[in-house]
Design a protein around this ligand. Structure first.
Ligand SMILES: C[S@@+](CC[C@H](N)C(=O)[O-])C[C@H]1O[C@@H](n2cnc3c(N)ncnc32)[C@H](O)[C@@H]1O
Length: 242
């Protein structure tokens, strides 16, 4: 039997093709197959676009479908089905990479896939290559310091609206909220209720064509932002801006 191939979880950065690491490129050049996640509703994968120029011609870039749903059973089926597909490659002695936007350990499908593969074969060797996360790129693009001295920052999901924001706003100096697009209106209302609208900045498509940095969230709300949008909420920005 051939040796079991190795699996790499590779962060490819937040979108700007120059923000992929040398290590990620090295790994992508060493593996036999590269996997990336797709949602059947959305046939586009930014991670795929970022890595495509770095792959050898003989390395297949394989899409794995993951449903955009909260139904636990459908999700588990997808994690398991895709984990088996990856495992079959590893079982043939081939190394594989699973590429993920930003960092693989932050709100990524990779975490679920990794656990599902460990259930199938605990002996599989898994190496994670970190990526620059979307919020780090957004902090750079906006020039907002996320934390200094004794300050703290938290990263939360806005998928369920402003609920989490209300929980953490009182304890962290900076709140970063990813996945804001679906519940955007409710989140804006939450910011207003907490008197944080002026302290917030919305960053959309950071590092990509059509990037937007919207600093005034108190004015007319405009349209719902796209999927690639996040908020940085830094208390005291109002004072800093005078
Ligand atoms: C499933 S999470 C993936 C997070 C990713 N693993 C990371 O480290 O940034 C998807 C969310 O990340 C944020 N995101 C990713 N890339 C972005 C970009 N280029 N500009 C703005 N937000 C981005 C958005 O909030 C989006 O809804």
């Amino acid at each position: 039997m051939p040796r079991l191939g190795k699996l790499f979880g590779v962060g490819v950065g937040p979108g700007d093709p120059d923000l992929i690491s040398l290590k990620a490129v090295k790994v992508l050049n060493s593996v036999s197959v590269v996997y990336c996640a797709y949602s059947p509703k959305n046939s586009y994968s930014l991670a795929r676009e970022i890595v495509a120029p770095h792959l050898r011609d003989d390395v297949p870039l394989v899409r794995l479908d993951f449903p955009m749903t909260r139904e636990k059973e459908r999700l588990q089926q997808a994690w398991s089905r895709n984990a088996y597909q990856i495992f079959h490659t590893l079982r043939d002695g081939k190394d594989a990479a699973f590429v993920t936007l930003g960092d693989p350990m932050i709100y990524s499908t990779f975490g679920y896939v990794m656990r599902a593969i460990k259930e199938i074969a605990p002996e599989v060797e898994i190496t994670i290559v970190p990526g620059i996360s979307s919020f780090q790129a957004a902090a750079a693009a906006t020039g907002r310091v996320l934390a200094e001295a004794e300050e703290s920052f938290v990263v939360i999901s806005g998928a369920m609206g402003a609920r989490k924001l209300k929980e953490v706003a009182g304890v962290a100096d900076t709140v970063i909220m990813l996945k804001v697009y679906k519940q955007y209106e409710e989140i804006l209302q939450g910011l207003q209720t907490l008197n944080l609208s002026k302290d917030s900045v919305l960053v959309t498509r950071c590092g990509l064509e059509g990037e937007k940095i919207i600093k005034d969230l108190e004015g007319p709300n405009g349209s719902i932002p796209p999927y690639l949008s996040l908020l940085i909420i830094k208390k005291g920005q109002r004072k800093l801006r005078g």
